[in-house]
Ligand binder design. Structure first.
Ligand SMILES: C[S@@+](CC[C@H](N)C(=O)[O-])C[C@H]1O[C@@H](n2cnc3c(N)ncnc32)[C@H](O)[C@@H]1O
Length: 260
């Protein structure tokens, strides 16, 4: 597959440093190893390499993954990382065509993972209280090429959502309970609610409130990723690891039961 003008590519140097850029024929990019003329990249195959002017730098041309787009967002807030986003997508049961509300767009990192998961026929409605954060999130999602699948709205969580009968809601707010009743109203029967919070206290408070509102299958967990150093005859874990990002909490909305 050949690189076309306008595409986002990842330029990866053999030491692992990488640059996520948009290919424009008349542009150059300055790296720690020298300057690359992007005109020379157009028409190359993914997996080929590009050389810097001085030929001292060699960069492989790779198609960026969702993981790359998330990790390269311009951060104005704490973000949700790909390790958590991957399971969020699974637990929310997202598929082609799903409609999802996200509250707390932040820097748009999770938005990218959600938009990727719902496919071209799906939609993400992403709510955020701060216009400046939302504008940054829009740029980040545009950069991932998935902006057509997302509608951003500036709104306070407790003011509620415009959408009805959505398949899933994800809340990433310091006070997730502010969005709980609006989420219950917006979700379809059997729809899934997910929450990420940095502390156990928030999770406990939220779980109790979800139970009070009849959610079933309530579960909470934390994901720890331990990187390995895979080397011949001496493979072992890295000495350091990220010990905590956030706790996840999920539940399923059921329809109210009426006495006949
Ligand atoms: C941790 S950030 C979300 C990060 C985002 N999930 C990401 O991956 O980039 C939380 C966001 O929620 C927004 N926020 C906090 N309280 C809110 C509320 N009551 N209503 C709407 N947005 C709120 C903050 O402005 C902030 O941008």
């Amino acid at each position: 597959m050949a690189v076309k003008e306008g595409e986002r590519i990842l330029l990866v140097d053999p030491d692992g440093k990488n640059f996520l850029i948009r290919v424009e024929k008349d542009k150059e990019i300055s790296t720690h190893r020298g300057v690359i003329n992007l005109g020379n990249v157009v028409g190359k195959e993914y997996g080929d390499f590009a050389l810097t002017h001085n030929e001292r730098g060699k960069f492989y041309i790779i198609k960026p993954s969702v993981n790359d787009f998330m990790m390269k967002v311009k951060r104005k807030t704490q973000i949700i990382y790909p390790k958590d986003a991957a399971l969020i997508v699974m637990w929310l049961g997202l598929e082609e065509g799903s409609r999802v509300i996200e509250i707390g767009s932040g820097s748009g990192s999770l938005t990218i993972a959600l938009a990727n998961a719902v496919g071209e026929r799906g939609k993400i409605y992403s709510y955020e209280r701060r216009k400046d954060f939302m504008e940054n999130a829009i740029k980040n999602v545009e950069n991932s090429g998935l902006i057509d699948r997302v509608e951003f709205k500036v709104r306070e969580a407790h003011e509620g959502f415009d959408e009805k009968e959505v398949d899933a809601v994800f809340i990433d707010l310091p006070s997730p309970w502010d969005a709980l009743d609006p989420a219950v109203k917006a979700l379809r029967g059997g729809g899934r609610l997910g929450v990420l919070s940095p502390t156990c206290n928030q999770i406990e408070t939220m779980a109790v409130k979800m139970e009070e509102r009849g959610f079933i299958e309530i579960s909470s967990f934390e994901l720890l990723v331990r990187y390995m150093l895979p080397r011949k005859g001496m493979t072992r874990p890295f000495e350091r690891m990220v010990g905590h990002t956030g706790y996840l909490l999920f539940g399923i909305k059921i329809n109210p039961e009426f006495d006949l």
